[in-house]
Design a protein around this ligand. Sequence first.
Ligand SMILES: Cc1cc2nc3c(=O)[nH]c(=O)nc-3n(C[C@H](O)[C@H](O)[C@H](O)COP(=O)(O)O)c2cc1C
Length: 352
Amino acid sequence: MSSITRRSLLRIGSMATAAAVLPTISAHAEEPAKNRVCQILGIQKPVVQAIMFDMTNAELVAAVSEAGGLGVLSMTTIDQVAEVQALTSKPFAVSSFLTDEDTAAALKDAGVKIICAGTVQFPTHDYGFEIEGFSAGPDSIAFWKDHGFTVLCKQLNATLEGALAIQDAGADILIPVGFGAGGCAPYNTTAAPQLISEFKAGGVEIPMLAAGGIVNYDTAAACAAVGAEGAYCGTRFLATDESNCCDAAKKIIVQTHSEDLVTMPTSLKGEVYSLVPCIKNDLSEKAIDMWRSGATYDEITQFNGTNAQFWASMSAGNIDEWGVGMDRAVNLITSIRPAADIVNEIAGAFGC
Ligand SMILES: Cc1cc2nc3c(=O)[nH]c(=O)nc-3n(C[C@H](O)[C@H](O)[C@H](O)COP(=O)(O)O)c2cc1C
């Protein structure tokens, strides 16, 4: 290992990307894979758990993978990869925002075989603030492909042009994030089924996972009907027995209605505005007021920090001070359940 330590090697910023540990399909297939996503990832159920800062802990990742889906570690270190491997022998994912030789070598040493290359962002509108320059682009996909990894690519602020570029760069699976998603809200306002439908008609041939507000059978089925071959789900997995989200935040998620949510401007990695759907409270109201009255990016950042600080509070438990982030489909999340239940329900929409 070179100048960086194993622990720090895969540490990432809040906009993470994912890499998956993929033993060969034959090594783990209890039954033949039923769709292209399952075939590519070596899993039984085409449900991928989205990365959500430190809330996607080893227990959640392993539970999703044990159920036949694909768990994804966020804020990944090689130690965490080992923690998951101790809990499951099934494929799972890890995240890395880095694309360098040391990282690729460390992932390979650890048995990682699939990368979901960076969140790729293609700004389509002028929102009055800079949103370029922080996300990985198609180059990162090519990097991971060149190093022999299978590549999932999550595309925030998805456009057809961007989707085709991701496909051309060699991604194996595309995840266009639709409006309504938790985390950093996409700047464009197209929902998951429309994105999938448009991209299929526009020439995207690699399998696509529906993302953004996919929380149950029905929301997944709406996307399956237009060609999604699986789902990438974040918020729904927060309210599970296994997630590292604090109990108070889990309870708030199952009680919250989307009309109680606001979209708060905050800082992404201290670089650009990010818009975070979250519960309305003093912090979010003040930040929104500042934004509306023309406060500078630096002023807002000084006031409410980064989205990483915000999300860290959801695991640490100081949500009174910060708040709780979630997606716009929370009306449909009414109970805290085992992760395996979620995988099974959503996979049913894809016939798996
Ligand atoms: C609380 C929370 C934290 C998140 N943190 C991250 C993150 O650190 N990095 C990232 O790339 N995406 C993050 N996301 C976004 C998810 O990876 C995913 O795109 C999103 O949750 C999908 O929409 P859904 O919540 O409607 O399922 C986060 C989402 C939530 C709800």
